[in-house]
Design a binder for this molecule. Structure first.
Ligand code: AGP
Length: 605
């Protein structure tokens, strides 16, 4: 998720653009840049402040600006937006993912276009250049160019030949027009606009807007003019950054249907039951020879790895072991070249995980990353990998990243399984169910109020046990971690079969147990464990499959999830637990986004 901001008016655009970018830094901050048709462009790696070092020569009464969360291409100055065409007259800033950018790039290169970045975004500028050659107007060239694009964009185009005109476009990524007096604005969200004007047009998918200091016109992709009335921007800037939600954590949980879509985007060949993972192409043949996988991660990433173990062993026939980074690096792991190490990390900077990667590389084994932050240290030091495309995760408690990690592990399972004899039918079954996961998560999110009511009932308990089996044993661990790290309540995750080997001794009427018991191969076993607890008067909070009437006999409270295949049940079962933890912590009036003693990225041992 990147931030775009543009201005055209009568004032010096540069300070306005820089100020606007600062309010968008929550959307990503690995590089930034500004282009003014009157004087050129400045870009820098890192946060907006770094732009100030060489901004002196820049001025003009219009411009486009961008703050980047890298999706394609490392976070370097050459990959920073704005991007230009061959002539240097057409410039663009973009938020989103151009799915068919490689095909477009090939076609443009055959017409002698030369590219100066590794990004998907740059093709947009060259496409407009191509259509301008056909003597089209700037805005008509943009519309024609966008008709060739597949994917998502919130974009603004500038053209040196018409310096006061900007062309904005929206498809799947938000774009807001700010309407001022002899000045107009475009942004990814209202936060940089509202200090100038509260009059706005929230663009819709498939719309293109042409703005000058005194005019704004909206078109569809057939270049038909559309009448759109302005409305008032509501709320304050902080609320807008959180998407209107009270906390980033809740916003990020609510983003999870889209996060799964973005992680899957362009990677599922459903008809052939295959996963297309561009980040693994360079090592695909080496992966055929891999006979053992070691997954390494910390905290939530480690729990995602545990779920991945069940996926890979169950559907790809690969032996897997999972280790926390802080332990792996001090073991004397026995590795050989038929082993591959998979490092899972949202930040890509976790020291314990990074050192595990380095140990594996010292022993010459193949290293892969499942990483959210593009161009991060672990992403750069692993041989290949899968980017999550989950967007920045601001809340310290990981939620959408966990869902994305599970999705990426399911894709990896499909990729490796189909290399190892997984049938077409099985591959299609998994692929088709993956496409249904976003809507299934969305249906759970609609039950937030019911989950909040359950949270309210138990918010004062001092201890919780979370239990699950097979795929949902890692979910029990993750659910317990979510609760303890934001509510500071003692919570333990356990394999349900372990209850009678000790934990059962703690159970009494004041000690609730969260039992993750969706339909599946171990459902009956879970019922037995639940009955063991009920016999000791332990309250049961169940996560069950919708329609499960049996559970009503045993559970004091139930949070329902839709039916799915067992391998993907963790992607659904964890969602109620994230909301449960969130609401207990907010009811206890704690700082959900910044829990005490914790940091978002643990870059020290
Ligand atoms: C999870 O809610 C925590 N914030 C923490 O356990 C986190 O998952 C862990 O530090 C690993 O971080 P990474 O994914 O950035 O490597």
């Amino acid at each position: 998720m990147c931030g775009i901001f543009a201005y055209t008016g009568r004032k010096n655009a540069v300070p306005i653009l820089l100020d606007g970018l600062s309010s968008l830094e929550y959307r990503g901050y690995d590089s930034a840049g500004v282009y003014c048709p009157a004087s050129g462009s400045v870009k820098s790696v890192g946060a907006v402040g770094n732009l100030l070092k060489n901004i002196d020569g820049l001025s003009g009464e219009s411009g486009i600006a961008h703050i980047r969360w890298a999706t394609h291409g490392e976070p370097t100055e050459k990959n920073a937006h704005p991007h230009r065409d061959c002539t240097g007259k057409v410039w663009v800033v973009h938020n989103g993912i151009i799915e068919n950018y490689l095909d477009l790039k090939k076609k443009l290169a055959m017409k002698s276009h030369r590219f100066s970045s590794d990004t998907d975004t740059e093709v947009l500028a060259h496409l407009v250049e191509e259509h301008l050659k056909k003597k089209k107007s700037f805005e008509a060239a943009v519309v024609q160019a966008l008709r060739e694009v597949r994917g998502t964009y919130g974009a603004v185009f500038a053209y040196e030949t018409e310096p006061d005109k900007l062309v904005a476009a929206r498809m799947g990524a938000p774009v807001v027009l700010g309407l001022g007096s002899h000045e107009n604005f475009v942004a990814s969200d209202p936060s940089p606009i509202m200090r100038h004007t509260k009059d706005a047009i929230f663009m819709k998918d498939g719309e293109v807007a042409v703005i000058t200091p005194d005019t704004h016109t909206v078109y569809n992709l057939n270049f038909d003019r559309i009448d759109r009335a302005a409305e008032k921007i509501e709320g304050d800037a902080e609320a807008i950054k959180k998407g209107g939600y009270r906390h980033f954590m809740l916003k990020e949980i609510m983003e999870e249907p889209d996060v799964v879509k973005n992680t899957l985007r362009g990677r599922l060949l459903t008809k052939n039951g295959l996963a297309k993972l561009g980040g693994l192409e360079s090592v695909a043949e080496r992966l055929r020879g891999v006979k053992r996988i070691i997954i390494v991660g910390c905290g939530t990433a480690y729990y995602a790895g545990l779920a991945g173990e069940y996926m890979l062993e169950g559907h790809a026939g690969l032996p897997v072991e999972v280790e926390v980074g802080s332990e792996f690096r001090y073991r004397k792991p026995v590795l050989d070249n038929s082993t591959a190490l998979v490092a899972i990390s949202q930040s890509g900077e976790t020291a314990d995980t990074l050192e595990a990667v380095r140990e594996a590389k010292r022993q010459g084994i193949l290293t892969l990353g499942i990483i959210n932050a593009v161009g991060s240290t672990i992403a750069r030091e692993t041989d290949a990998g899968i980017y999550n495309h989950a967007g920045p995760e601001i809340g310290v408690a990981s939620t959408k990243a966990f869902i994305s990690q599970l999705t990426a592990l399911a894709l990896l399972t499909l990729f490796l399984g189909r290399q190892r004899g997984m049938s077409l039918a099985e591959g299609k079954r998994i692929a088709e169910e993956l496409t249904r996961i976003p809507e299934k998560i969305a249906s759970i999110l609609k039950d937030e109020r019911k989950i909040k009511a359950v949270a309210k009932k138990y918010k004062d308990c001092r201890d919780f046990l979370y239990m699950g089996r097979t795929y949902n044993y890692p979910v029990a661990l993750e659910g317990a971690l979510k609760l303890k790290e934001i509510s500071y309540i003692h919570a333990e995750g356990y394999g349900a079969g372990e209850m009678k080997h000790g934990p059962l001794a703690m159970i009494d009427g004041s000690f609730p147990t969260v039992a993750i018991a969706p339909s599946g191969s171990v459902y009956e076993k879970m019922l037995s464990n639940i009955q063991e607890i009920r016999a000791r008067k332990g309250p049961i909070i169940a996560v069950s499959t919708a329609g499960d009437k049996m559970m009503r006999q045993f559970a004091s409270d139930t949070m329902f999830i839709p039916e799915t295949i067992e391998m993907l049940s963790p992607l659904l079962a964890v969602v109620p637990l994230q909301l449960f933890a969130y609401h207990i912590a907010t009811l206890r009036k704690l700082d959900v986004d910044r829990p005490r003693n914790l940091a978002k990225s643990v870059t020290v041992e």
